[in-house]
Design a protein. Sequence first.
Length: 412
Amino acid sequence: MIRCYSIVLSIYLFCSSIYASNDWSHFEARNIYPAVDKSNCVFPFTYKNQVYNDCTTDGDNGNLPWCSLTSTYQGMGTYCYDFWNSSLQCLPKFTINGKTYNKCDFLSRTATYKQCKTNNTAVPYRYCIEQHLKKSAVGLNRLNSCDPTYKSLSSLHTMCFGPSDHAIQVPITPTDQQDLLDMHNAYRANTSARYMFKLYWDDELAKMAQAHSDMCLFDHDLAVNRYSPKYNWKNGQNMIMTSEIRSSLADLVDMMFSSEKLNFVYGTGCAPDPGTCLHYTQGMLSNMTRVGCAHTHCLFPDRIERYLTCNYINSQYADNYMIPYVPSSAPAIDCPSHAVGNLCDCGNKICNYNNGEYLDPATCNCKTAVTKRSIGKRAANDIDSMKSNRRQFATVPHGKKIDSHALKKVST
């Protein structure tokens, strides 16, 4: 669980639902979403070796029913409620802070989206999604119209799905980019590693992260489905989802890394529980030089889901997350002529990692690896996911406020 200095935020954590029977009457928010939309679903679908013939709440999306977009779940899914047909109705007239409204409006000077007061005491305010979003006539599966350069890499490529009708892309400004890089690099510089490359921004990684973030469902796409035409190897990924929209993106990364660093035991992994440091270890892989992130607000009548997805040029594997770098009493000793502070600065240079090359920190040249120095080896069809990672989150009912800043997050 992530704790943050003096900031108190409303965050949601989810794990597998207790409603495994698929009893729709028990599904969360069923009373405000009486209509169902299964138009994008593929039935039956297989998820974690179980076959589903209906929407489910199993997984990491709380007690909201969802389904897979593919017959074998690939990290691509969608909620099964028809959010365009909600029982939440705006009151014809309502007063907020002494001001009377008769329609949806920005209810404060800092409001991001229009809202109204509702006829439901349990959900007193409604986001007026119709004034910010447009319902699409096109399904989420867009394999027939996606860029063939991505489709040729995988028949189920991330770039061939979505976006969700409820996704609002939030551009990451140059300032945000630099802040995200600075936050990553500050943690990387604090590892005291023999070599730890400085990270640079990568637009291609950010573009693929945006496509996945825009799906508005909290799970990873498979690494085999996010290959890039530019980089023919698997990239890593960290995800954060929160209902809080005011904190900076860099602060979200800071809060994620700061708590998980405490759980990391070098050479052993995460302690006391598996999966509680994997976002930190992904961000601390010493051989990475690039990262690209995406930011999405997913707007529903009763809530906002805020997604930050970061894709990294290299991925952690089962054998290297325990040793993401080589510690040293003196940092950056492997790159004396390229050391900047505690980091090795080879710019944004990358090598052909798929063919066994690695970036030599001493020379900033690509060399052929004799040993598994810079990257783990495994079969091409190995799923880039730490399976235990998504089981460790505490169950907090959707909408419940908690006093510690706990982020819903996952790393692969």
